[in-house]
Every structure is written in structure tokens, then in C-alpha cells.
Design a protein around this ligand. Sequence first.
Ligand SMILES: *Cc1c(COP(=O)(O)O)cnc(C)c1O
Length: 388
Amino acid sequence: MTQKYIPYGTQEITSEDIDFVTQSIRSAFLTQGPLVPQFEEALAKYGQSKYAILVNSATSALHIACLALGLTKDDYVWTSPISFVASSNCALYCGAKIDFVDIDINSNNMSVVALENKLKIAELNGKLPKIVIPVHMAGFSCDMESIGRLSKKYGFHVIEDASHAIGGRYLDRPIGCGIYSDIVIFSFHPVKIITTGEGGAALTNCEELANQMRLLRSHGITRDPSLMQKTNEGGWHYEQIALGFNYRMTEMQAALGISQLQRVDSFVKKRQLLAKKYHDKLKKLPLLLPIDSIQAYSSYHLYIVKLMPELVQFRKNIFDAMRNKGIGVNLHYIPIYQQPFYKKFQFNHNDYPSSEQYYSSAITLPLFTKLMESEQDFVVDSLVELIS
Ligand SMILES: *Cc1c(COP(=O)(O)O)cnc(C)c1O
């Protein structure tokens, strides 16, 4: 039997999604209509946050989140090196400086111990970060309580990069509630939990940050009289009061988002079931499997296994053999400081032993809601055969 190619992740689109998007295309608005605010309201409610600001990608959301928090040249942003490059590029867009905090090898998230040690040194050198961006890797919440405590002690802002994590929970609240942070970012790229094609959101409980991000997503233009600096010159009057961007989401995308959000809990439940099956079938192999903590409920955006030290030398062979069988294994992620563009910042790889260990041993297995039982069996059997 020839298997069809199994990707590591892909969207699930129903006829209801298609009908709702079609309806939006037939409406009077393709952009800046009623569906974007409707999706924002639904997202804020789902995330238990006061405000949600929709934009055309999580990358844009990270950018305007940094700007809204006042990030400028010479400020420092710290994030995890084991993330997508967007988590750190947002700092560079603002002319700020980037630095990385090593991960915890068990959770694959920013290590709170490494963060605290780095903060102590930075305080002595007068180089404390303005913003720290923890990333909820694969959908597993970071230790937000500890990060929140450190943010108060050392006076930095926190943006949660929850691009992987809508539908996940932490301490009995949805990721998005922002109890321990200023802003929470979601991504709606097709491989993520729910999708709008391209798209992202920033959630916050702070009205001022919400207003600033709304302004920045649309050229810095306002029609709100209370924000205007000149006297109203007529019905055409609007004012540009900041240097913003065109980061707006379209109505068709919001339509898809509204439709998808209704299924987010069932998507995550399905991902949890698939993850459990991986766990049961792989637990006897020399692999480090994802660790569910009692504090958090993972959205399982990714299922990442790490090879035990004795197998690390065979990682590339195992990876290539899986790909040759039509299994779209992947690797999330190459440490950001290893990217050629980041070479000029001269990060020392030895400063990040756990990130290096992670990068040498990790493999992402296929996990998405439409993954069929036979496909998952094929992935498991192939991995078992290659490792034994
Ligand atoms: C996908 C992703 C982003 C960027 O999301 P886009 O919506 O594609 O811009 C940022 N951070 C992380 C951790 C991601 O996985």
C-alpha cells in the first residue's frame, strides 16, 4: 500500500466554515466590516480577557505589542531561542536589542532559573530587559506565575507568545487571560490550532494598550474625537497621530475565525487524544516524551519527542528515513541565535546548553485533528522500527 504524504500539521475546514466565509464575501464588506469586531469580542470572551485586537498575523501582533509597550532603540527584549524567529524579530523591528534565555530541557519552555540568574546579572550591569517574551512551546504553558513574580521584582513587561496555545489552560484559566502578562499573542496560521489563513490577535486587559494597538494596526489613524489634536474641519476629518501600519484582518478571514473558534475545544480534545495515543505507544522507546504538568492543559500544537543521548547521533538518519516514508516529521526549532541573520549579534552557543541539547535531539511528529488512526499507526510503527 502506498501511503500519502502525512504533514506534521494542517488545518481542518468544514462546509460550515466555507458557507460562512462565502456569506461574508457576498456581504457589503470585504474589510473593516462587522465580522472583525465580532470575532474580537468572541476571542476576548473565550480568552477571558477584556480586549482582543485582530491583525493579519501573529508577527504583526508581536510588532505592535512591542511598540504599544513603548519599546525603542537601545531597549532589551529577552525571549526563548527555541521558537519561531518572529518571537525575536519583533524586537529588531523596533530597533531594540535582543537577548535569549535558555530553555528548561523538560518543558522546552524558557527556564525560570536561567531567567532569574540572567536578571540578577543584568541588574548589576544596568541592562535589564524592557520586555520578556515567554513562548508556550507546543501549547504547554510557561511557568507564568514565576515569570509574573519576576516581572514585578525587576520591572519588565511580559508578552506571552501563545501562537501555539489557544485552547490551552494554565492554573484553571484559559491561556489568553493575561493574569501574569501585559499582552497575549495568538496565531491563526493554518498549522496552528485554529486558522484564518493568515492572521493573529493580541489580547490585553489594559484599555490604553488596546487603544494603542488598534491605532497602530491601521496607519496610526483615528476617528475618535477625544484623541484628535486639531479642530474638526468637516465630515471628512480624520487624524494620523502615530506611525502605524496596515496590519488589518479582512472580513473573510474573520468569518473563518468565528466559525473555527466554535470548534477550538473539540480540536484541542482531539489533539489530546492523539497525543495520549502517541504517549502510550512510544513510552517504552528511548525517547523523552512531552510532559504534561498538573498546572497546565496543553493545546498540543506540536508533538515533540527527544531522542535519548545514545540515539542523538542517529537523529538525522531517523529523520530522513521518516521523510522518505512520506511522514512529514519536522524540527521546531533551530535555535534563533544560530540563524545567519543573527550571526552579527555574536551569541555564544555555549550560553544555551539546554537549547543546544534540545536542538540535537528533537523531532516533531505529525499531529493534527484529521490525522487518521491508520496514519498515526504508520508513524508509530515506522519510528519503532527505525529505533529498534
Ligand atoms: C507561528 C508563530 C509565530 C508567527 O505567526 P504568524 O501568524 O505566522 O505571523 C510567532 N511565534 C511563534 C512561536 C509561532 O509558532
